[in-house]
Design a protein. Structure first.
Length: 128
């Protein structure tokens, strides 16, 4: 019989993390994220959290610098990446990261052959 592994973050289960106050959770995450949480959430970040608490559906946001906290686990967030929206399903492994890390803005460019008129020599090619 196989045992199911329960996810823990720094020795705490998801239920314990969700009951924990935000400043206590901040002690468990790396210093850069801890500092941003200690400074307090921006008005945009507070608005995002309120919308996440109210809605069951996916929430669209431009707030890419929001630190993922325990109350966001299990939610679906559509993060804007400059052109379209990327769906991010928040899991326990994402705690302490920011939303922008899960919606990459840069992609590999794949160039094809140059078009007609791209160079001086291609100007005189027959179009038949």
């Amino acid at each position: 019989m196989k045992m199911v592994k329960i996810f823990t973050f720094k020795g705490k289960t998801v239920e314990e993390l969700q009951k924990m106050p935000l400043d206590e959770f901040a002690k468990l995450i790396p210093s850069r994220r801890r500092r941003s949480l200690r400074r307090g959430l921006t008005p945009q970040q507070k608005k995002l959290l309120e919308r996440l608490r109210k809605r069951q559906k996916a929430v669209k946001t431009h707030v890419r610098d929001m630190v993922i906290i325990p109350e966001m686990i299990g939610k679906r967030i559509l993060v804007y990446m400059g052109k379209d929206w990327v769906t991010v399903d928040v899991t326990g492994e994402m705690l302490g990261h920011v939303l922008g890390e899960f919606s990459m803005t840069r992609h590999r460019v794949q160039h094809s052959a140059p078009g007609v008129g791209a160079t001086k020599s291609s100007k005189f090619l027959p179009l038949k």
